[in-house]
Design a protein around this ligand. Structure first.
Ligand SMILES: [Fe+2]
Length: 385
């Protein structure tokens, strides 16, 4: 997806006979989005990837929205939620619509099964912990601050380090990509982009696994988990080439933009999806006009729901939030700095805030589970004189 990459052994041309040292033909597979026209990679297996032994439905995913949605500012303390041990199976939805879902996870186990999300791309933002993402494309190490992007359909498995981990999981119906305005007509990230290809980390070489047996893959499709048992370990890849693979980008590699006066949130944009954007608010010096007001001005984002996930307890314009807080400022409701924050920001040298913003262009539902962690008075928190 971000750019062409080749790893391992591949034939000199695509679709020609490719054999191992014993003269055995190695199966070729195209893994790509939008059939044969989207970003794709060709991978070369030790065994045919088509050997399915059984298929069964595991369970439906029933994400329930709150019964009534009132237009007001919301605040959820996500650390008060208690997702189960698996990142993949126990992520807890907080906000969602048909384009994007935001869930929290606190992984405490490494699943043995493989996972394929066949209904969306995933961005896993790691706020605590680290580990390795395994896939047919190799091993992708990740750590605190990483956005791990797994395009839809790519088989994978997380291996978390033993220490505690927390993640914000963003599931996207459309492809997650770098913002178009950051790319030139050839797809290269422009000089004015706040990050470059060198900041994007790709999977590293991993030896192909040559194992026969029962290898369960859990597929997420139509809001159901389905188990498919394969006859060979699916990470049996000797080489691959193309644009389609998981990748990681650290929020700490995002180069924040600063102006003489306040710059609006789109300068912090990091990714785009269909009908939503992701922005990164990173530590940075404040604006440098002698009379600049660094705190944002009040704003009413019509036809946009604005979510902030606070990856630290600092945020220049907010009071009463904590690490793990998620705020939702829905469609068209004015919001801005909390009382006193505008004046306090003037003359300050900078901010240490770290937050991820997701702006959606269709309304979000609040999940029924998230209500247990809601700060229900948040919408009144601007009242104080
Ligand atoms: Fe806002």
């Amino acid at each position: 997806m971000p750019y062409y990459h080749q790893l391992g052994k591949v034939p000199r041309k695509r679709h020609i006979a490719f054999r191992d040292g014993d003269g055995r033909l190695l199966p070729e597979e195209l893994i790509g989005n939008h059939g044969f026209t989207g970003p794709a990679s060709l991978v070369y297996h030790l065994h045919e990837p088509t050997k399915v032994k059984s298929v069964r439905r595991l369970r439906c995913l029933e994400w329930k929205a709150e019964p009534e949605r009132l237009p007001k500012h919301r605040h959820f303390r996500s650390l008060q939620l208690a997702p189960g041990p698996s990142l993949v199976f126990d992520r807890l939805p907080v906000l969602f619509n048909r384009d994007v879902a935001l869930a929290v996870a606190a992984p405490r186990q490494n699943d043995e099964v493989f996972y394929r999300n066949a209904q969306g791309d995933e961005i896993v933002f790691v706020t605590e912990g680290g580990g390795v993402l395994e896939s047919p494309f190799g091993d992708l190490p990740f750590r605190q601050g990483d956005y791990v992007v797994v395009p839809r359909g790519i088989l994978h498995r997380y291996r978390f380090d033993p220490q505690s981990a927390r993640c914000l999981v963003i599931e996207s119906t459309g492809a997650v990509r770098t913002p178009k305005r950051y790319r030139n007509e050839f797809g290269q990230l422009l000089e004015q982009s706040p990050y470059s290809e060198r900041d994007i980390r790709r999977p590293e070489w991993a030896e192909p696994r040559d194992e026969r047996g029962d290898f369960p893959v859990v597929i997420k499709k139509d809001n159901k988990f389905v188990e498919m048992v394969l006859a060979y370990q699916p990470f049996d890849v000797v080489g691959r080439a193309g644009y389609y693979y998981p990748w990681a980008f650290s929020i700490h590699d995002f180069e924040p933009r600063v102006g003489r006066v306040h710059l609006p949130p789109p300068v912090h944009q990091t990714f785009e999806g269909d009908h939503f954007v992701v922005c990164s608010f990173c530590p940075r010096p404040y604006d440098f006009h002698p009379e600049a007001v660094p705190a944002p001005y009040n704003h009413s984002n019509v036809m946009s729901d604005e979510v902030l996930y606070y990856a630290s307890s600092e945020f220049m314009s907010r009071k009463g939030i904590e690490y793990g807080s998620m705020t939702l400022h829905p469609d068209g409701l004015p919001h801005g700095p909390h009382p006193g924050r505008t004046a306090a920001s003037i003359g300050q040298p900078g901010t240490d805030e770290l937050a991820v913003m997701v702006d959606t262009f269709r309304p979000l539902h609040v999940s029924a589970e998230a209500l247990a962690a809601e700060d229900t008075d948040y919408y009144r928190s601007w009242l104080e004189e």
